[in-house]
Structure formats: structure tokens, C-alpha cells
Design a protein. Structure first.
Length: 144
């Protein structure tokens, strides 16, 4: 009998001394719905050649979602080993940055960060050049 009372007190203690309404649990963060499309500008690339690229990123999430579905820390990663970033430009200019473009080494220093926080309905354009590094054999890209 004593065990039942002790178990009942343990289960009820979190509720003791509380009055009023029970608040809802904090809202879970919303997951952003992103779309990305891109293109390359060259059909054949050999060592030392530059390949222009364009990438459009859009947060398609509904702006009325609470909390807002913000995409954070958008980065360009996993470049094929035979290429390196030569130049990166982001339009519009990222908040806090005066330059639209960065060199590949500057971009690497910022850990390949393209955009810090992309809000619902917001779009960015990333344009730049990839350089084929030493040892790259001629690559042919299929035409669309």
C-alpha cells in the first residue's frame, strides 16, 4: 500500500503546485522547402580551362508559416576533385558584404558560405567560374 502511494506521489509531483492553464510546447522549427537549378557554360573542358556556372536557389516555403521556414547556412560543397572555385558572385549582395564577388580563396576562407539565412519567398543567384586543375583530362558535357 505504501508503494502505491509513493508511486502516485512521484507521478503527480510535477503537477502539484501548478495552477492555471497548461501552455503549449514550444513550436518546432519549420523546414525550408528549397529549389535549386543551375547550368554550366562549356561543352568541353581541359586542364586550366574556366567553366562558368550559374545556380539559382529559392526558398519556396510559405511566408505565413510560424515559425518561418528560414534556410540557414547555405554552402557550396563537394566540388569534383578536378575543379576549384576561381570566382564566386552572389546576387543580391549578402547582408554585411559590400562586394558581390569573391575569389576562390576568399570563398574558402568563409567556409564556402553563400548565404546565411534565406527567408521564405527569397531567391539568390550564384554565378562564378570553376577552374579545371592540373591533371584534368578533357571532359565533354552532353548538350541538353
Amino acid at each position: 500500500m505504501i508503494r502505491v502511494v509513493v508511486i502516485a506521489l512521484i507521478l503527480c509531483c510535477p503537477l502539484l503546485g501548478k495552477s492555471g492553464t497548461v501552455s503549449a510546447p514550444p513550436a518546432q522549427p519549420s523546414i525550408a522547402d528549397l529549389s535549386a537549378t543551375g547550368s554550366l557554360s562549356s561543352r568541353a573542358v581541359g586542364e586550366g580551362d574556366l567553366v562558368q556556372f550559374t545556380l539559382m536557389i529559392r526558398n519556396k516555403s510559405d511566408a505565413r508559416t510560424v515559425p518561418p521556414a528560414v534556410a540557414r547556412s547555405i554552402r557550396l560543397l563537394a566540388l569534383p576533385p578536378q575543379y576549384q572555385f576561381e570566382k564566386i558572385c552572389v546576387l543580391p549582395s549578402p547582408p554585411g558584404q559590400s562586394d558581390l564577388c569573391q575569389t576562390g580563396s576568399q570563398f574558402s576562407q568563409f567556409k564556402s558560405l553563400v548565404w546565411d539565412a534565406l527567408s521564405p519567398g527569397q531567391s539568390i543567384s550564384v554565378q562564378g567560374e570553376l577552374k579545371a586543375v592540373k591533371g584534368t583530362k578533357l571532359h565533354l558535357f552532353p548538350s541538353p
